[in-house]
Design a protein around this ligand. Structure first.
Ligand SMILES: Nc1ncnc2c1ncn2[C@@H]1O[C@H](COP(=O)(O)OP(=O)(O)OP(=O)(O)O)[C@@H](O)[C@H]1O
Ligand SMILES: [Mg+2]
Length: 236
């Protein structure tokens, strides 16, 4: 199977300080890949470089058979790369429904698999909150909303940056359930996380990143039993 998204030897900087050192990753269509690493390991920088928000100073990025290394973020978005940042920004004054509708468009292939009714079927919690102002939602509800909003654009790939961060276990479980359902329905997801347990039931494979380098790759089941790697790189 071909890779839908691939990075080869990616390097990135903030000013003069180098953050990514030759990151390689490959995401196959209909797969969920976890990018695991502790605080400051370079997960968000990797996501931002893939999305085109941080420039790649070295290496190459291929998306849907195109070289997008130097393509602006809006071009990548139009090609079907949806980036959900870790800060969960919603339009706070607008309703849940308006937050979703504002993002509605057909995908790069012209398909509209995701519509408001399907979103509300997949996210029943959001259906119940459809008239609520988004700024009044809890952190977990906002997280569900930003994932759902990304889906309204019918993307080919979802880049999800730490969706479980800072949320109560019960909410994390709800988000996990949604992501498993998305995966089962054929979505392609790159999931950056610190929480290995959260990922192990969602992603088939994990890359471990540390100080801007991919230091390990393994199937998530195997990684759960790999004490040495967990202790060295994942702080758990
Ligand atoms: N805008 C910035 N300017 C300068 N340095 C930055 C900036 N953003 C991040 N860094 C640094 O880059 C490194 C990688 O940060 P990054 O945000 O990619 O890590 P992360 O794995 O996402 O961590 P976290 O789990 O805290 O979200 C860290 O050392 C961080 O301090
Ligand atoms: Mg981060």
């Amino acid at each position: 199977m071909t890779d839908l998204l691939r990075a080869e030897g990616l390097s990135a900087f903030y000013g003069a300080s180098q953050i990514l050192f030759g990151v390689d990753l490959a995401l196959k269509q209909r797969h969920t890949l976890a990018l695991l690493g502790r605080n400051g390991a370079g997960k968000s920088t990797t996501m931002k470089t893939l999305a085109g928000i941080v420039p790649a100073r070295g290496g190459r990025i291929f998306f849907a058979d195109r070289d997008v290394t130097h393509a602006p973020a809006y071009t990548r978005a139009r090609l079907g790369l949806a980036y959900v940042p870790e800060d969960r920004q919603v339009f706070p004054e607008h309703s849940v429904e308006d937050n979703l509708l504002i993002a509605a468009k057909s995908g790069p292939d012209g398909r509209r698999d995701w519509t408001l009714p399907r979103i509300f079927e997949t996210f029943p919690l959001l259906a119940n909150l459809r008239s609520r102002q988004a700024g009044r939602l809890s952190g977990g509800e906002q997280q569900l909303l930003v994932i759902a909003r990304a889906l309204m654009g019918n993307p080919l790939v979802l880049l999800l940056d730490e969706p479980s961060e800072g949320l109560a276990p019960i909410v994390v479980a709800t988000i996990g359930k949604v992501l498993r359902e998305l995966g089962a329905s054929g979505a392609t997801i790159l999931l950056a996380e610190q929480n290995m347990h959260f990922c192990s039931r969602i992603a088939e494979e994990a890359l471990v990143i540390d100080r801007g380098r991919v230091v390990h790759r393994q199937d998530t089941k195997g990684l759960a039993g790999n004490e040495d790697i967990r202790r060295r790189y994942l702080a758990m």
